[in-house]
Write a protein that binds this ligand. Structure first.
Ligand code: G4P
Length: 534
């Protein structure tokens, strides 16, 4: 008997279809923390692990590198925050906000399926937004735009959208539209829903709504003053004629971003944002890997480490690897294949960040993040499977832009130094190079603040005070090519070659001229500025 499509049973949605794993990208001060808190609130229960509150407690409990966070008012750590609503589990991966931490941020963004881009209505696109956006674009991550602080004076909405669309070469489709800004702010127009969302008397979150067939009716129905309503409607009309309509496919491909206006502080417009995340943002799908792409629907468990955090608890030298699951159902006590080390390992005590209820606390689905405490076995970029030698792509090391020699204040502590630097390298705080001539380690970072964080953590967490000396190199490049050629290059350039922590050979160039020269002299070799981990 042949079954026709009409009679085929409709498959229930996969359990992971309820997962939304996302990050918030923004320039410092645009309102990411405030928005995060409001989203967590809207989701009700907040689990302690990685929640905003827990971060605060940890901050108080530790006086080490968090000092830098506090004094600079920036967020250095990245963690996982999970909340549930309407049967949807949201995994929010916190990205460090400072430009210095682009590497860490890059890796975190490799683990999400969507992003919210928060923009300050008075400032438009700022440098960090642009950088993070570019990282999202590399992977075509769908982005929802939230224009924040409409309760303050801001740029004209149409001009703002034009600036963002042109500046980022991104199609924008407004979903809500502000009625006035700053002291004139009267609420939002839900464009598709044909309704006005109005704050309570005090301008707070409580919303009343007024339906309309023509928004001009709001002059009487919502008693919005003509001098505020008129320019609002003119702007909206222009926006509707000049900008594209929302198109789900285009959004999922990363070409078009729906735009929501609001005030995170007043919790206004955030509900619409959350609904969009629920409705439009994709559940886990397919991920590129070598040698084949992995679908979230596959049964065997796969995942990759996107972050390692050492010393989360300063009293225990613990280290937690954050693993993003890509397929299968992970269970506590499972044995998985550690691809880089080519062996099976048992994950005895995973930390589940997502579960709200006890009965689900022992398993995790695609899109979820699990924390695996370990003693250095897992590194950023590692892939775990049930036996297949796969490797998920896109967790590179970046060529550092700043190189420094590490000098020990106490020469007796050489051994501790090696261990501590290894830990910090595994966590991604720094890259560590050991010149093949000479004893001193060279650390490489992408931004200067990382040097401060490193020195501070070395002293507070490992009791190894260090200082830096200038290194005679301006940049580092991984050397790839034929093995014999690489060896010959190393032999002839011993004073400018170092090993990274995986033993890969790195050319330490004294100036850009030396790099150009090496390229000319060794046409068979590549001097590359990123290296896939693992
Ligand atoms: P960030 O994580 O992106 O760096 O930004 P954060 O949420 O910390 O917000 C930065 C500042 O902007 C904070 O003010 C915050 O209260 C304010 N803010 C955030 N969202 C809104 C909004 O929708 N409207 C208005 N008017 N302000 C907003 P602060 O004075 O620096 O800190 P605080 O003392 O208020 O905490």
């Amino acid at each position: 008997m042949t079954a026709t499509l009409d009679h085929a049973p409709i498959a229930p949605p996969a359990p992971y279809a309820s997962r939304r794993t996302f990050a918030i990208i923004s320039h410092p001060d645009a309102g990411k923390t405030t928005l995060t808190e409001k989203l967590l609130l809207a989701g009700g229960a907040i689990r302690a692990a990685g929640s905003v509150k827990a971060r605060g407690e940890r901050r108080r409990a530790r006086s080490d590198w968090m000092d830098i966070e506090q004094s600079r008012g920036i967020s250095v750590t990245s963690s996982v925050m999970t909340f549930e609503r309407d049967g949807i589990t949201f995994n929010l991966l916190d990205t460090p906000g400072h430009s210095d931490f682009s590497e860490d941020t890059y890796r975190t963004l490799s683990a999400v399926d969507a992003a919210i881009m928060v923009i300050d209505a008075a400032k438009g696109i700022e440098s960090q937004t642009r950088k993070l956006f570019e990282v999202c674009r590399l992977r075509d991550i769908p982005i929802i735009t939230f224009i924040n602080k409409v309760d303050r004076e801001g740029l004209d909405p149409l001009e703002l959208l034009d600036e963002i669309a042109t500046g980022l070469a991104l199609d924008l489709a407004p979903m809500t539209w502000p009625i006035g800004l700053g002291t004139d702010f009267r609420g939002l127009i839900d464009i598709e829903g044909k309704r006005a969302l109005l704050p309570d008397q005090r301008g707070g979150a409580q919303v009343s709504e007024i339906k309309f067939t023509d928004p001009a009716e709001l002059a009487t129905t919502a008693r919005i003053e003509p001098h505020i309503l008129k320019p609002t409607l003119e702007g909206l009309e222009l926006a509707e004629s000049a900008l594209p309509r929302f198109d789900l496919q285009s959004f999922l491909e990363g070409h078009l971003s729906p735009v929501f206006f609001g005030s995170a502080l007043k919790e206004f417009g955030t509900e619409q944002l959350l609904q969009a995340l629920e409705t439009f943002a994709p559940p886990p799908t397919t991920r590129p890997a070598t040698a084949r792409a992995v679908s979230a629907a596959e049964n065997p468990v796969t995942g990759f480490v996107f972050k390692v955090q050492a010393n989360m608890d300063p009293n225990h030298r613990d280290r937690v690897a954050f693993v993003r699951l890509c397929s299968g159902k992970f269970r506590r006590g499972m044995k998985v294949f550690h691809v880089r080390e080519n062996r099976m390992v048992t994950i005895a005590a995973p930390i589940f960040f997502f579960a709200q209820e006890r009965e689900t606390a022992d398993e995790a689905l695609p899109g979820d993040i699990i924390g695996i405490p370990n003693h250095g076995m897992l590194r950023v970029g590692d892939t775990l499977t049930e036996g297949e030698p796969l490797r998920f792509e896109g967790i590179p090391n970046f060529a550092p832009e700043i190189l420094r020699r590490v000098m020990l204040e106490d020469p007796m502590k050489a051994k501790q130094l090696t261990r501590a630097l290894q830990d910090m390298a595994e966590e991604g705080v720094t890259q560590v190079f050991r010149p093949i001539l000479g004893a001193q380690f060279i650390v490489g970072v992408v931004g200067p603040l990382q040097l401060e964080v490193l020195a501070s953590r070395m002293e507070k967490e490992y009791n190894v005070p260090i200082r830096y000396e200038a290194a005679p190199y301006v940049t580092a490049r991984w050397i790839t090519g034929d093995k014999a050629d690489v060896e010959r290059f190393v032999e002839s350039n011993r004073s400018s070659v170092a090993e990274d922590r995986d033993g890969a050979m790195v050319f330490m160039a004294r100036n850009t001229w030396a790099l150009d020269q090496a390229r000319q002299d060794w046409p068979g070799l590549n001097f590359v500025d990123t290296r896939e981990r693992g």
